[in-house]
Every structure is written in C-alpha cells, then in structure tokens.
Design a protein around this ligand. Structure first.
Ligand SMILES: O=C(O)C(=O)C[C@@H](O)[C@H](O)[C@H](O)COP(=O)(O)O
Length: 296
C-alpha cells in the first residue's frame, strides 16, 4: 500500500496534482493489476477517479468518501475531473469505480457547515425526484442533518438510490443524466467566480434557487415551489442570494457549461417539484429576470 496525500478541497483538482499522482504511479511501477483508492471528500474522489481513468488508459478505482457530498454525489456515478482556469470540471472522463464504500461513521467529527453544504446535493436529489427527502428535511431539519439519526440515513440512501438509477440508465450523460446537474449551471459559474473558495454545495444552493426561478418563468413551477426551495435551503443555513453586479461574468462562464451546445445554453428546470426537464436556448432576458430574483 502506497499513500499519496493531496491538497484539500478544490485545490486537489488541478493538473499539477494529477501530474504529481502520475509521477508516483510511474515511479512505483503501478500496473493494471493494482487499484487506486480515493479516500476523502468529493474533490479527492474526483481527482482519484481522473488519475485512475488516465493512468495506463484506465486502472481500477475504489472510492471511500468521507463527506456527505462525496457519499451522495461525487463518489457515485463515475464522473471524474479536474478544473482549468476557464471553469469547473472542464477536463475529465467517465470512469466507473469498482466499488463505493459509504460508512456513515466516517462523518463523525465532520464540521457542521461541511455537513450542511454537502446536504445541498441531498436536497437536489429531492427536488429532481426523491421528494421524500424534502419531507424529511421539512419535518425536522436537525434530525435530517444529524448523521446519527435514522432520518439522515434514509435521506442519504434515497439520494444515492436516485443517482444510481439515473446513472445506471445513462452513464455517459446522453440525456437523462443531465437532471443530476440541476442547479449546477449557475452553481459552477459561482464557484469559478469565487476562485473555488466556496463550498460546492453553497454555490449549487444558489444555483437551485436560480433554476427554480427559471422554472417559474419558463415552465409550470409555481410560486410555492420556488418558495419551497428558499425555505429548505435557508433551513440548512445555505445562501440563496448573490451580488447583482456579477451577472455578466456568470453568464460568460455559463456559456462554457458542458450542457451548452454551440451558442445554445441549456438548463435543467422543473415542471413541478420532482419533475425535471431540460430547456434549450432560453432568451437571455429570461435568464436575467430569474437572476434578478436572487440578486442582492
Ligand atoms: O453526476 C452527475 O451527472 C452530476 O451532474 C452530479 C453533480 O452534482 C456533480 O457535481 C457533477 O460532478 C457535476 O458534473 P459536471 O458534468 O457538471 O461537471
């Protein structure tokens, strides 16, 4: 067993860190009968998966996520990647892990704000289909976010179950899988604007409010559906507003989103809570109006 320590959080998802790992693998004669184990949060498993996907054109990887975000999202589904100066996860590969081992005991001692930020991906699963999660959070947010409770376990299992079903149907994101990107179009642009100093979940939370407002403007999501987003995210103490003046920069970054096709921006929106759909090329004035609803 060989240990390689990498930087914390998004600082791990850089080509220099991948090169550091490739160097270690090269110098230790790591072969196709060996396996990489990604032990850590979502950024660590993203990087570990990327190194596994690229070394010798692909070696086995097993993930042991140690954060909520890692357990319900990053470690599951085989999206691997690193960031570039132009944006988040712009370089990567689909590379399925051999196994993902989730042990809730590993969350013991995790900072509360880390749990709450990771929980944004849990409620995302609720908004796009596993609506029982939203009921669990609304019934008792403290129990829902306490790793020692049955409510927490249930919410985590529901989120993983939804993701596994979607990825099982559409591993390489030809269509259905895009629903997992709910809130991420603006969320990734905010992470980029914040130079990756924000927690992913905090940015995605704002992104979900934006997507909900866009759903209201372009589809059938009603005021109450949008308000439900704000209530739930605020109960998790996640931000739901962002500076008005940043819009031009955010729009420019969103144009590099992986769901874009040529000049056409595409977004995941909701027809109703739990009913995601895709819109292509919405008028920029609608995007601006949706953003105005969360701009401070
Ligand atoms: O697994 C997916 O597919 C997702 O979109 C899940 C997201 O929550 C996750 O953050 C993912 O890594 C984002 O992928 P990207 O393709 O938008 O970079």
């Amino acid at each position: 067993m060989l240990l390689a320590e990498i930087p914390d959080a998004e600082a791990a998802k850089r080509v220099e860190v991948a090169a550091f790992c490739w160097q270690i693998l090269g110098q230790t004669d790591f072969t196709r009968s060996d396996a990489i184990i990604g032990l850590g949060g979502g950024a660590t498993t993203d990087l570990a998966g990327f190194v596994a996907a690229t070394w010798l054109r692909g070696v086995d990887v097993i993930h042991i996520p140690t954060t909520v975000l890692g357990m319900v999202d990053a470690a599951v589904g085989g999206k691997t990647g690193i960031n570039t100066a132009e944006g988040k996860n712009l370089v990567g590969a689909f590379w399925a892990p051999r196994a993902v081992l989730c042990d809730l005991d590993l969350l013991e001692g995790l900072a509360r704000n880390e749990i709450l930020a990771g929980y944004a991906e849990v409620v995302k699963a609720g908004f796009i289909g596993a609506t029982e999660i939203l009921d669990i959070v609304e019934a008792d947010v403290d129990a829902a976010t306490d790793p020692a409770t049955p409510q927490f376990r249930r919410a985590i299992e529901l989120a993983i179950g939804l993701k596994a079903r979607v990825v099982g149907e559409d591993f390489t994101e030809q269509g259905l899988r895009e629903i997992l990107n709910y809130g991420h179009t603006l969320g990734h642009a905010i992470e980029h604007a914040e130079r990756y100093q924000w927690r992913h979940g905090a940015a995605v939370g704002i992104g979900m409010v934006f997507a909900a407002e866009l759903s209201r403007l372009t589809r059938n999501l009603g005021e109450e559906g949008v308000a439900r987003h704000r209530r739930i995210l605020e109960s998790l103490t996640l931000p739901t507003t962002y500076p008005a003046g940043r819009w031009p920069m955010l729009l420019a970054t969103m144009k590099r989103d992986k769901k874009a096709r040529g000049a056409l921006l595409r977004f995941i929106v909701l027809d109703d809570i739990g009913r995601p759909t895709t819109i292509s090329g919405p008028d920029e004035s609608l995007l601006y109006s949706a953003y105005q609803e969360l701009a401070d």
